[in-house]
Design a protein around this ligand. Structure first.
Ligand SMILES: [Zn+2]
Length: 262
């Protein structure tokens, strides 16, 4: 993609008259040797400065510092690769795609988002030479961010993950509340609580907002195997001005039973 941007002269306004942009290979070679640990130090200093300046004193949402983790692919190529490339086989052409991926942790609020830290996936980490999965990378990221910035994060939202004990426990250890979406989940305790909540009355109802006609909120509490703490299951049933859909959430109860004003 970058190559076609260069060919189409997309960057011309950034350059001095008469100067030319380096070829894609030169750019790639430069990016390959950029030291990401320096980038991480810049982020760390930025967050420390923001804390000193009391940016997070009132939290980011309802008094709590809420962050989200998201995965992102940074480079990919069918023919260029380096030692740290992750590999994916392309079914049709029997080719291998080389790429780099990271998980990024940033604050969420209605103000500007601040990236707190990021973590690249590691490649070929076990005997089977398998690349690292997103959960392992995210756990390492959360552990480091909560160590580097003690008592900063209250809640972490991770949309991609299934609701599982490994992530709940990692969040518990970092003393951060976890919110994950419950989707396509086969865990028995979740199936049970879903059934139970479906039969219950809403605990809260919001009506007449610009973006919806009504939202009904249901909740239930349950225990999951291998998780010490009780978890809260929340179901939002929303009717917007056209259609109805349902979203299920599962969040860690740890110490803050009703903090989301549900
Ligand atoms: Zn690479």
């Amino acid at each position: 993609m970058l190559n076609s941007f260069i060919a189409d002269n997309e960057f011309k306004n950034l350059l001095l008259m008469g100067s030319r942009l380096p070829k894609i290979d030169a750019i790639r070679d430069t990016l390959k040797v950029i030291d990401i640990s320096k980038l991480r130090m810049i982020l760390m200093d930025t967050v420390r400065k923001a804390r000193e300046n009391k940016v997070f004193t009132n939290g980011t949402i309802d008094g709590f510092v809420v962050v989200a983790i998201d995965g992102t692919q940074t480079f990919n190529s069918d023919n260029k690769s380096c030692k740290k490339c992750l590999k994916a086989s392309k079914k049709r052409k029997k080719k291998v795609r080389n790429f780099h991926s990271s998980v990024v942790l940033s604050t969420i609020s209605d103000r500007a988002r601040l990236v707190l830290d990021f973590e690249p996936y590691r490649t070929g980490i076990n005997e089977a030479n398998k690349d690292e999965g997103e959960l392992t990378t995210a756990k390492r990221l959360l552990k480091r961010t909560t160590t580097d910035h003690k008592d900063l994060i209250d809640v972490v939202v991770y949309d991609v993950l299934e609701c599982n004990s490994e992530w709940q426990n990692a969040c518990d250890k970092a003393t951060v509340d976890a919110i994950v979406r419950v989707k396509g989940n086969n865990i028995n305790s979740l199936k049970e609580i879903k059934k139970q909540v479906n039969k219950s009355e809403p605990v809260v109802e919001w009506t007449n907002d610009a973006s919806y006609e009504w939202v009904k909120v249901y909740e239930g509490f349950f225990r999951m195997q291998n998780v010490e703490k009780e978890l809260r299951f929340v179901k939002f049933h929303m009717k917007d001005h056209e259609k109805i859909f349902a979203v299920n959430d599962c969040n860690n109860l740890h110490g803050h039973g009703t903090r989301y004003n549900l």
